[in-house]
Design a protein around this ligand. Structure first.
Ligand code: VAH
Length: 310
């Protein structure tokens, strides 16, 4: 059986549905601090669970005889700047709980998401390497950088089979955006299909690494299923798909909705975006476990518009 923590979040919702599709609804236990969408709740077992409470997690692992766990609960970059203490507590303690659960063999294999947010202003911005300078300037980025160090430590010291990916900004339609900086790339579609002008909170030339959710889910399942001897990196792998600016995204949308209009009103999230890379070198993921993206900007735009309109 598989346990998903943070199953009602942007990635958690999609991961739960994909794993239920793949392994059967009743083999995937969804859990979160609050209930989720009707689709998620009606498709298989759900438990209210606070990922910062070790005893509760341990009880859940024993109750369902969990073999694999995915920790998708976190507070994202923009919201974490407003609630630094809560963000640090949630992001780090939930990871410690998961690592310790694996250390005492209550689960066999675990997944934890990192992010391009681990990179900072001194990191090379173009084709950012797998191993490089990391000087994150956000609470979220610091929690992800620290988390990567703990993942590597628990693998080396305790043999914990932890797998991790540095997700770029993820674009999806099933859940509303939740406190991220890259979420402009989701908000924009919700406005466009309602015929509304979109006021973008980032400058028009802010280039960021992005990925369509289906690619991110496929990458997650790939690294979890791959032969452990092929995994050379136990902190977290760079993965990439596309990089674009708000202007490029708006132009692609205009190709489908000619009268779509965008204007720019940068806010505090501009400084967060400016500290992140423009593009990512994911050659190590390609070499080690055959990573390859499928959705480019054109296909992502088509998928988002079709699904949000249906
Ligand atoms: C955020 N979507 O904006 C998340 C992600 C790289 C961005 O970490 O905070």
């Amino acid at each position: 059986p598989i346990l998903i923590l943070g199953a009602c979040g942007q990635i958690g919702t999609e991961l739960t549905l994909a794993l239920r599709e793949r392994f059967g609804n009743n083999r995937v236990i969804a859990s979160d601090i609050r209930e989720g969408s009707e689709l998620l709740m009606s498709s298989g077992p759900f438990e209210l669970l606070d990922a910062t409470q070790y005893e509760a997690m341990e009880k859940m692992a024993v109750k369902y005889n969990i073999e694999e766990a995915y920790l998708m609960a976190a507070m994202l970059s923009a919201k974490a700047e407003k609630f630094p203490d809560r963000a640090w507590h949630l992001n780090i303690n939930s990871l410690f709980n998961l690592l310790n659960l694996a250390r005492v063999k209550k689960v066999k294999k675990i997944f934890w998401p990192s992010s391009i947010a681990v990179f900072g202003p001194k990191t090379p911005k173009d084709c950012t390497p797998q191993t490089t300078i990391m000087d994150p300037t956000t609470v979220y980025g610091i929690s992800k950088q620290t988390g990567e160090r703990w993942c590597s430590y628990y693998f080396e010291k305790h043999g914990v089979d932890i797998r991790s990916l540095r997700y770029p900004g993820l674009i999806s339609w099933r859940t509303p955006p939740g406190g991220g900086t890259t979420d402009y790339a989701i908000d924009i579609f919700h406005n466009a299909i309602r015929g509304k002008e979109y006021t973008c909170f980032l400058k028009e030339d802010t280039k960021l690494p992005m990925m369509y959710m289906d690619d991110a889910i496929r990458a997650t399942i790939s690294i979890m299923e791959c032969d452990p001897h092929k995994i050379r990196e136990r902190s977290s792998y760079n993965i990439a798909a596309m990089s674009f600016t708000p202007t490029e995204l708006a132009q692609t949308i205009e190709g489908h909705i000619p009268d779509f209009k965008i204007k720019y009103k940068p806010d505090f999230r501009q400084a967060i975006a400016d500290s992140w890379p423009n593009s990512i070198d994911d050659s190590m993921a390609r070499e080690d476990w055959g990573w390859q993206y499928h959705y480019d900007l054109k296909k992502t735009t088509e998928e988002m518009l079709v699904n949000l309109r249906s």
